[in-house]
Design a protein around this ligand. Structure first.
Ligand code: 5MY
Ligand code: ATP
Length: 436
């Protein structure tokens, strides 16, 4: 049991800016790594919200965000026997204004942190004192790692959607209505047929769309369907790393690796397969197989009720009920039903089911591997972190931490945005094929 004194100390260390260093960031959060000596905080990172999305967080039709994420994690993802083992362990902590302000000013100082690889350089949301304290999966050595003897390897991948995604009807109509302008596209028979029959991955469509917009130089060789197939997993890892995009990155003792021997890829594939994490992610990606258009129609039926305070609360209660009674098999069936368009509960079952899939299509799997582990590590494995295990490859034992990060449930208000983005991307694909 933690004593009151320990808690006070943690709160002090937690809010001590000198104990934290900038590590990385995504569009929505800044990640700090702990560099102090407190045992409870070592092997932790802090994930703090950025200020670029304040408008989104204050939308009154949103279900309360922290409750929503808690429901997603505790009721949905924890209901899966495999995924529950690998969910990033975290707790929400409260940070002081002073701490946030100091970190914020450091983020603006290029000498203190290099943020050159990041698209949106926004800084912290000072109005949000709540942050996530979570397990560290980076390859930066921790106090118990001896980097003169050991290698700390970290592999991070966002495998994206491995399931069928549908060409929007509006894009199919565009092709039919513009036959003569799309002559070049129409002559590429095999490609056109594959496209119309939904055989391309959304990932490939997005890549081509980015290239069409001039935001990408080289199309990726990676295909998410290879990742979700054990026969082609190691090939997909090679493609991910060769691509040098953000979807697959490998680090050793804090440095990114670009030249990777096959054996290291086999070791990573082996651990991914042994842990069963890929199948678990896939179970959630295919949770709802309705097209986005169908789900958007369902959402449009309920969206108007969210504008009014009283009916909104009734709908929030339906959402709560669905999450609180969540059972994987039962909800999987409900999420794929053709629902009665007047039945609010059925509509929400489909919408929430789709959002579960959408969340899993944006998961990041992250794996931290330490080689040449000591007998002490092996003997202490029962005391290790939740996500940590000892795995064997070619007779050698490794300490392996596997986690799934980016667990925030996608919100229903994004459905119209998703639809617009998909229409734009699929249309760009057609235009690109026509012009090249
Ligand atoms: O739509 P996609 O497939 O491009 O995915 C977006 C991601 O793009 P990428 O993985 O780089 O292709 C995008 O990733 P990046 O910020 O580009 O790394 C986000 O994860 C985004 O999620 P959210 O809207 O911020 O919750 C992701 O958006 P949604 O999952 O909300 O659609
Ligand atoms: N627990 C962790 N351990 C190690 N590295 C982490 C951890 N959490 C996040 N990171 C690093 O920080 C990066 C950004 O984190 P995260 O994906 O949580 O941010 P985000 O803003 O939510 O991203 P997005 O742009 O997808 O919304 C990750 O790609 C990863 O490299």
């Amino acid at each position: 049991m933690e004593t009151q004194k320990q808690k006070v100390n943690i709160s002090e260390e937690l809010n001590d800016p000198d104990q934290w260093t900038y590590y990385n960031e995504g569009n929505n959060n800044i990640i700090l790594r702990y560099i102090g000596s407190n045992n409870i905080l070592s092997s932790k990172i802090l994930r703090i919200r950025k200020n670029n999305n304040v408008q989104y967080y204050t939308d009154p039709t949103l279900f309360p965000l922290e409750e929503y994420n808690k429901l997603f994690i505790e009721k949905v993802f924890m209901s899966h026997p495999i995924l529950s083992k690998y969910l990033q362990e975290f707790e929400y902590v409260t940070l002081t204004q002073e701490f946030l302000k100091i970190i914020d000013s450091r983020l603006n100082d290029s000498k203190e942190c290099d943020r050159s690889k990041i698209n949106s350089l926004s800084t912290l949301d000072l109005s949000c004192p709540s942050a996530m304290l979570a397990t560290n999966f980076s390859s930066q050595p921790e106090p118990t790692d001896d980097i003169k003897l050991q290698k700390v390897i970290s592999f991070e991948t966002k495998p994206k959607s491995g399931v069928v995604e549908y060409v929007p009807t509006s894009v199919k109509s565009y092709i039919e209505q513009n036959e003569s302008e799309l002559q070049n596209f129409n002559t590429k028979q095999d490609m056109k047929e594959k496209f119309i029959c939904n055989e391309f991955t959304k990932y490939h469509i997005m890549q081509v769309s980015r290239k069409y917009k001039g935001k990408l130089n080289n199309l990726s060789k990676y295909c998410p369907r290879d990742f979700f197939n054990k026969e082609s997993l190691s090939k997909s890892l090679r493609d991910l790393i060769d691509d040098r995009q953000i979807y697959g990155r490998l680090f050793m003792n804090g440095e990114e690796l670009f030249e990777v021997e096959d054996d290291l890829l086999y070791l990573i594939s082996d651990f991914l397969l042994e842990s069963n994490i890929i199948n678990a992610v896939f179970d959630f990606q295919k949770f709802c197989m309705h097209s986005m258009e169908y789900v958007l129609d369902c959402y449009n039926k309920v969206a108007k009720y969210l504008l009014d305070e009283t009916t909104r609360e009734q709908h929030f209660d339906i959402i709560r009920r669905i999450f609180n009674n969540f059972e994987f098999a039962k909800n999987n069936e409900l999420a794929n039903q053709q629902c009665d368009q007047n039945n609010q509960e059925q509509l929400w079952n489909v919408i929430i089911g789709y959002l579960i899939s959408a969340t899993a299509k944006d998961f990041t799997i992250i794996m931290r591997i330490v080689d040449k582990i000591s007998q002490e590590d092996i003997d202490n494995k029962h005391q290790s972190l939740k996500n940590e295990q000892i795995l064997t490859y070619k007779g050698q034992q490794y300490k392996v931490r596997i986690g799934v990060i980016d667990l925030e449930g996608k919100m229903y208000t994004k459905l119209p945005v998703y639809m617009k983005e998909a229409e734009e991307a699929y249309l760009n694909f057609v235009k690109y094929q026509n012009e090249n």
